[in-house]
Design a protein around this ligand. Structure first.
Ligand code: NAP
Ligand code: MG
Length: 397
């Protein structure tokens, strides 16, 4: 390796797996270079969460990061970890520094059939993670009256529209987005589609929302002009349609594309798509910034229930697939950026070794009940990783 990966360690069961994955599947085979940031909750507390900001800054500097799942503290964690403050979600902090878009892709295997039987390939959801209802303001109108929306521009634009004349009580909501954020979202989506060599779908409700949603469509169209030639060279397409039409087409599709969604649509659809593909433990996630920085992670959390068992000395059968694929995603990207073919090849081999293991029926508990047409053997996390290592050694021999 030439450039280090930004390595962000995390919490609980995934922190335990992190070390085993590195020791068994990475360090024996790769001359690994990382810049290590401990985002485990004790270290975040000790540094007043500065470590999270430093890790995000390092990602901007080097371009590729791999992150372990981390605890987002709540009230209960305050006492459990004796925290000085209820630190914000590290993912939120990193996302706001990188200004990124999150892409979630399921890891598919032949023995786990998606609920939608015509889906043959993974569907990636790209969720715009800024604004709309998540940054909205609301009013409860308790009596009849006039609701208005007002804009006072700094340079003189003044607009005022009546939203509704209330004859009785009701509710109101005001939301916004910015051209800058929508443009960033568009760039991240087009870049990711080129990386994946897959079509990009985008959907809004611009027939109804003629200014708000229409602006999303307009910006995507504008930004696409910068990517059109590259899309043509790769033989991939950008396709816009209405959200309701998109839902119908997605269900009838064979999969194998990226579906860009506005914030709320992405929130809802990513849960639907990931459930239909089988398991949260088989979902990877990558944050792509508009200037081309990447942060790879598993979509699931720190698997707290398993960790408490582990602390009591029990064996756990926690699925490490998504965390392994975070590593392979990061190593492959680093290899591509630095022109190190061997690193890309290693990432391919490690992923193939994971598939070899699962296709042999060796699986963690969560997958056993989902597998069809194969006689599965349930193993614990360590045994599963050991089996992957055997396949990896065979492939590298
Ligand atoms: P979670 O860690 O994703 O786990 C929820 C449940 O899903 C688990 O109890 C387990 O079910 C199953 N599961 C998830 N990943 C699995 C895996 N790899 N192997 C096997 N089963 C798996 O979500 P959570 O319990 O809601 O959150 C736990 C902590 O993670 C919280 O502190 C939260 O803040 C944090 N979190 C972090 C991230 C992130 O860093 N990206 C994302 C989400 C949550 P069973 O118990 O039925 O086996
Ligand atoms: Mg959701």
């Amino acid at each position: 390796m030439l450039t280090p990966l930004v390595e962000m360690d995390g919490d609980e069961m995934t922190r335990v797996l992190w070390k085993i994955i590195k020791d068994e599947l990475i360090l024996p085979f790769v001359d690994l270079k990382t810049e290590y940031y401990d985002l485990g909750l004790p270290q975040r507390d000790k540094t007043s969460d500065k470590i999270t900001v430093e890790a995000a800054e390092a990602t901007k500097k080097y371009g590729v990061a791999v992150k372990c799942a981390t605890i987002t503290p709540n009230k209960q964690r305050m006492t459990e970890y004796n925290l000085h403050e209820m630190w914000k979600s590290p993912n939120g902090t990193i996302r706001s520094i990188l200004d990124g878009t999150v892409f979630r892709t399921p890891i598919c295997i032949p023995s786990i059939k998606p609920v939608v039987k015509n889906w043959e390939k993974p569907i990636t959801i790209a969720r715009h993670a800024y604004g709309d209802v998540y940054k909205s303001v609301e009013i409860r109108a308790n009596e009849p009256g006039t609701a208005k929306m007002v804009f006072d521009g700094e340079n003189g634009q003044h607009e005022e529209v009546v939203i509704h004349q209330f004859k009785g009580a009701g509710v109101l909501q005001g939301m916004h987005n910015t051209d800058k954020s929508i443009r960033s979202f568009a760039h991240a989506c087009f870049k990711f589609a080129l990386d994946m060599r897959q079509d990009l779908w985008f959907s809004t409700k611009d027939t109804i929302s003629k200014k708000y949603d229409a602006q999303f469509r307009t910006i995507f169209d504008e930004v696409f002009t910068e990517y059109r030639e590259k899309f043509e060279q790769q033989g991939i397409a950008y396709f816009y349609t209405l959200i309701d039409d998109a839902v119908a087409r997605v269900i009838r599709s064979k999969g194998g594309f990226i579906w860009a969604c506005k914030n709320y649509d992405g929130d809802v659809m990513s849960d639907m798509v990931s459930t239909a593909f089988g398991s949260l433990a088989m979902m990877t996630s990558v944050l792509v910034s508009p200037d081309g920085n990447y942060e790879f992670e598993a979509a699931h959390g720190t698997v707290t229930r398993h960790y408490y068992k582990y602390l009591q000395g029990e064996e756990t059968s926690t699925n490490p697939m998504a965390t392994i694929f975070a590593w392979t995603g990061a190593l492959r990207k680093r290899g591509e950026l630095d022109g190190i073919a061997a690193l890309v090849e290693f990432a391919d081999n490690l992923e193939a070794a994971c598939f070899d293991t699962l296709n042999e029926g060796i699986a963690t508990k969560d997958l056993v009940s989902l597998m069809e047409g194969i006689e599965p053997t349930s193993v614990n996390s360590k045994e599963f990783i050991a089996a992957i290592r055997q396949h990896l050694e065979k492939r590298l021999a």
